[in-house]
Design a binder for this molecule. Structure first.
Ligand code: UD1
Length: 367
């Protein structure tokens, strides 16, 4: 069987790395697994800056992609269309049996549609998640990708229920756990065994928060962004905040011209290891990312999500996540409670055990 793996944007890279490791357990030759699955890696180039892409390939030990499509940024239609045109050529040349896409970015959507139109089977890793918020571009990507996928690999029970409620056939759905958590545990082991040279950033700092912010709903509207940054400035009077800034957010902050407290330590986007090194010891993570809600849950780090909803409810029901939206009063209150040592204890969700990629490859090789 021949599989094409697709990676396009930063949150995809953490999900692809463990899949490649599982494919290549005892490689008979590079790109051919012991399960007789041969594979090729396509990087669409949706993310292209060194610190949004290449550093992840290096740190997560992802091999050079077989194809780099160099689509770059653009409007949603432009970006999606460019990926489709380029990816169709790859599919025609490689004639894979399965195209495997991960997550919910524009590259996920574009490659799944392209494959399906060529009658190639589509496997979606991280299927079934639903925020119920159609203003989120990722929600559209999730729904369309799931609706045409042949193999739906699900991270949490809620995803299973969503797919069943939408009438997907049970035999297409596989509850396997989460490849992102496979990657996290693997990288945490490497970090703990000192293979990574850490920066002195947090030494002697005491308690601190770790912040990420990049959702269009938070940063594209200048009033919303200003309100959030004002609240963060207030919080920073009590506790320092590390803030690696996504390119989208950087551009919007420059437009806004807002002054940030000295206690907010603004950084360029971080590689995986450095980010993990900082957030794993933070007293809380403040974020609008999807993946960090899950990663914090699996390490028991309190997470405050600056969104009105989550497509990953297990992180709230079982884990350490609290949704505060853009309610800055609730945000401040929750941070103060955490500083005072009052916060729920989370548990690790079912099947988040570091073995999801192995399960997925096993299932695919049995097909
Ligand atoms: C994308 C994903 C989002 C994911 C996020 C993680 C979609 C719809 N969104 O959003 O789900 O959480 O990635 O980062 O696919 N830019 C750079 N360098 C880069 C990439 C982008 O400077 O390497 C800038 C460009 O100005 C671009 C903007 O960032 O216009 C946004 O990039 P884009 O890929 O369109 O969306 P993200 O906001 O990164």
């Amino acid at each position: 069987m021949k599989i094409i793996l697709v990676a396009g944007a930063r949150p995809n890279f953490m999900k692809i790395a463990p899949l490649i490791r599982a494919l290549d357990v005892t490689p008979m030759q590079p790109g051919l697994s012991e399960n007789n699955i041969s594979w090729k890696l396509v990087h669409t180039g949706q993310h292209y800056d060194y610190d949004m892409s290449k550093i992840f390939f290096q740190e997560l030990e992802i091999p050079e992609p077989d194809y780099f499509l160099e689509v770059g940024s653009g409007t949603h239609a432009e970006q999606t269309a460019k990926v489709m045109v380029q990816f169709e050529k790859v599919c025609l040349e490689e004639t894979p049996d399965v195209v495997l896409v991960v997550g919910d970015v524009n590259s996920t959507l574009a490659c799944s549609i392209t494959a399906k139109k060529l009658n190639i089977k589509v496997a979606h890793v991280e299927a079934g998640l639903r925020s119920g918020d159609m203003a989120m571009p990722e929600e559209v990507n999730r729904i369309v990708t799931d609706s045409i996928s042949d193999y739906l690999f699900v991270t949490e029970r809620n995803g299973l229920e969503n797919l069943e409620n939408e009438g997907k056939l049970k035999e297409k759905i596989f509850f396997v756990g989460h490849v992102m958590i496979d990657n996290l545990f693997y990288q945490l082991n490497r970090l703990n065994s000192n293979t990574f040279e850490t920066t002195p950033l947090k030494e002697g700092l005491g308690k601190y928060l770790f912040l990420t912010l990049h959702r269009p709903s938070n940063v594209d509207d200048s009033k919303v962004l200003k309100r959030i940054l004002d609240a963060l400035n207030e919080i920073a009077e009590k506790i320092p905040i590390f803030f690696p800034v996504h390119p989208r957010t950087k551009a919007r902050m420059e437009d806004l011209g807002v002054d940030l407290s000295q206690n907010i330590k603004v950084l360029n986007p971080l590689g995986f290891t450095e980010a993990l090194y900082l957030w794993k010891d933070a007293i809380a993570v403040l974020t609008d990312s999807g993946g960090l809600q899950e990663e914090t849950t699996s390490l028991g780090v309190p997470c405050i999500t600056l969104r009105e909803n989550t497509e990953r409810p297990v992180t709230v029901e079982v884990g350490t996540n609290t949704i505060v939206g853009t309610d800055t009063v609730k945000l401040r209150e929750t941070v103060l409670n955490i500083i005072d040592g009052h916060y729920k204890e989370g548990q690790i969700p079912e099947k988040w055990d570091g073995k999801a990629a192995e399960r997925i490859i096993q299932i695919l090789s049995n097909i």
